[in-house]
Design a protein around this ligand. Sequence first.
Ligand code: F6P
Length: 341
Amino acid sequence: MRIGVLTAGGDCPGLNAVIRSVVHRAVDNYGDEVIGFEDGYSGLLDGRYRTLDLNAVSGILARGGTILGSSRLERDRLREACENASDMIHEFGIDALIPIGGEGTLTAARMLSDAGLPVVGVPKTIDNDISSTDRTFGFDTAVGVATEAMDRLKTTAESHQRVMVVEVMGRHAGWIALESGMAAGAHGICLPERPFDPADLVKMVEERFARGKKFAVVCVAEGAHPADGTMDYGKGAIDKFGHERFQGIGTALAHELERRLGKEAKPVILGHVQRGGSPTAYDRVLATRFGWHAVEAAHQEQFGRMTALRGTDIVMVPLAEAVTELKTVPKDRMDEAESVF
Ligand code: F6P
């Protein structure tokens, strides 16, 4: 069998572990040939690829990023790109294509599969917001990075009697903010799923200081937003070049808290540091299991499906189900987090 693999969309710790696992299972166990397309679907479209043998994947298990490179497909060019990709898959004689990626990548995978091509998807995102899998690899690593950052910020915040507003990733779903905020014992957590009122955060900080605590940490997801009319925060402001000049909710909220409290409040934007570096043991194991099952699915001709974690089992779910809706944080999980502030 000739298997093509690619990594597309934003990178994520654990991608190399999947690639390595696919190669080991396919080459070692089945005697397959594996080729890796460079920079996501663009490598497939341009015919840029390299053969992946055991040597090519040696030593990459613990390495962050992706040895194949990644890129995003523009949404409005998706259909056209998929038509061209179909031609290339035939031209390269690919018996199974394994795209590893998030929502956009899996949508393209589904379109290719609907066009009759042999595709097995592997989900990835640090955001953990793909509804048909309990977990995606990369999430555990991102939560660990954000938790450690907040642990560190607490000690410096206490020394200087400051409020730290820590912005973590998560545009549409607040899983990283929820879990890192809980793990670090943040005193406030703001998620995209529930508009916040800055007055509640002001009250929380004032109560803490009244109890003798001299610092506070607020964890805010990048997609969180204030409830209507509670804060003027500049979202959507466009400069003369037509670029949005919004500095992010973390910065806006820190300034707002500083103004209302009359105490120093510092924004800390963790950004892409959450996506970089070595994956945790959990993410390496999950990624390795996904790779193994993707190859099995290819050999069983279970095309049009994607690996998913359900409980402790890896199952194959239809790509059609994978991308229908985003998995957001449910109310009961938010209530649990709030009860320990
Ligand atoms: O989807 C993963 C993610 O890391 C989001 O949490 C974040 O909003 C986005 O990617 C950032 O993407 P980019 O790499 O384009 O800056």
